[in-house]
Design a protein around this ligand. Structure first.
Ligand code: B12
Length: 216
C-alpha cells in the first residue's frame, strides 16, 4: 500500500471510529518501517481534527467523539513503544513535566506532544489529565525538570495556565522552570499575556520550540 493511501485509510478509520482497523494500520505502518511521526501527523491527527469539525457542525455527538478518541489512543498504544525504540539519543536532552490542567480531561493532544518530545530524546514525566496546578510544580521540583508543559482544551480551563504561572511567581520559582502552553484555545498572544516562555500550535512545533529553548 502506498503511503498516501495508508494515511487516508488511517484518517477514515479514526473518523468512522473503527478501533481494530486504527490499530492494524498502525501495525502496518510499523511493519513498513514508515516514519511514525509522519504517520501520526498525516493520518491520525487529521482524522481526529475532522471528528472535531463534524462535532462542531452538529453531525457528530459525544458517543462518536469518544469512540474516535478511543481509536486514537489504541493506535498510539501500538506506536508509542516503537517511537521509544527509535530514540537515537541515549542521554536525555532535558526533562519535562507535562499534563492537562485541572478541570480538563482532554488528553489526545497532550499525549501527542509527550510522545513526540520523548521520541526526540527528552525525558517526559506525564502527569495525565485533570492535574492540580500544585502537582505540576511539586513534580517539576521533585524531578528537577527544565520545563512545565500545560495543556488546556477549554476556554475555561486555559485560565489554569495563567494561574499556574501566578503560583510559580508566588513561590518565587519563576525562572526555575520554563513554562510552555498549548491546546486549541491557546495562542502566542495568550502565552505572551500570561508570561509563558513558549507556545506551540502542534506537537512537531512543540519539539522545535523545546529544542530551541534548550539550545539543542
Ligand atoms: C476529542 C474531544 C473530546 C473527547 C476527549 C477525549 C480525550 N481523551 O482527549 C471527549 C469526548 C471526552 C470530550 C469531552 C468534552 N469536550 Co471536547 N473536544 C474534543 C475535540 C473534538 C478534539 C480535541 C482533540 O483531541 N483534538 C486533536 C488534538 C491532536 O489536537 P489538540 O488537542 O488541539 O492538541 C494539539 C495542539 O493543541 C498542541 N498542544 C496540545 N496541548 C499542548 C500542550 C503544550 C505545552 C504545547 C506546546 C502544545 C500542545 O499539540 C497537539 C498535537 O498537535 C475538540 C474539538 C476541537 N476542534 O479541538 C472538542 C472540544 C475541545 N471539546 C469541547 C467541549 C465543550 C467538551 C466538553 C465540555 C463537552 C461536554 N459538554 O461534556 C467535555 C469536556 C469535559 C472536561 N471537563 O474536560 C469544546 C471546547 C469549547 C471551548 N472553547 O471551551 C471543543 C473545542 C468542541 C467545540 N467546538 O465545542 N471532548
Amino acid at each position: 500500500m502506498k503511503k498516501e493511501e495508508l494515511f487516508a485509510r488511517i484518517e477514515k478509520a479514526i473518523i468512522e471510529g473503527r478501533k481494530s482497523e486504527a490499530e492494524d494500520l498502525a501495525r502496518e505502518a510499523v511493519k513498513a518501517k514508515l516514519d511514525l511521526t509522519e504517520v501520526i501527523e498525516k493520518g491520525y491527527v487529521p482524522g481526529i481534527q475532522k471528528v472535531g469539525d463534524l462535532w462542531e457542525k452538529g453531525d457528530y455527538f459525544l458517543p462518536e467523539l469518544i469512540t474516535s478518541a478511543e481509536c486514537m489512543k489504541a493506535a498510539m498504544a501500538v506506536l508509542q513503544p516503537e517511537l521509544d525504540k527509535a530514540k537515537i539519543q541515549t542521554r536525555s536532552r532535558g526533562k519535562l513535566v507535562i499534563g492537562t490542567v485541572e478541570g480538563d480531561i482532554h488528553d489526545i493532544g497532550k499525549n501527542l506532544v509527550a510522545s513526540m518530545l520523548s521520541a526526540n530524546g527528552f525525558d517526559v514525566v506525564d502527569l495525565g489529565a485533570d492535574v492540580k496546578l500544585e502537582k505540576f510544580i511539586e513534580k517539576a521540583e521533585e524531578t528537577k525538570a527544565d520545563f512545565i508543559c500545560l495543556s488546556a482544551l477549554l476556554t475555561t480551563t486555559m485560565l489554569g495556565q495563567k494561574k499556574a504561572i501566578e503560583l510559580l511567581k508566588q513561590k518565587n520559582l519563576c525562572g526555575k522552570f520554563k513554562v510552555l502552553v498549548g491546546g486549541a484555545p491557546a495562542n502566542q498572544k495568550w502565552a505572551d499575556e500570561i508570561g509563558a516562555d513558549g507556545y506551540a500550535e502542534n506537537a512537531m512545533l512543540a519539539v522545535k520550540m523545546v529544542k530551541r529553548l534548550m539550545g539543542a
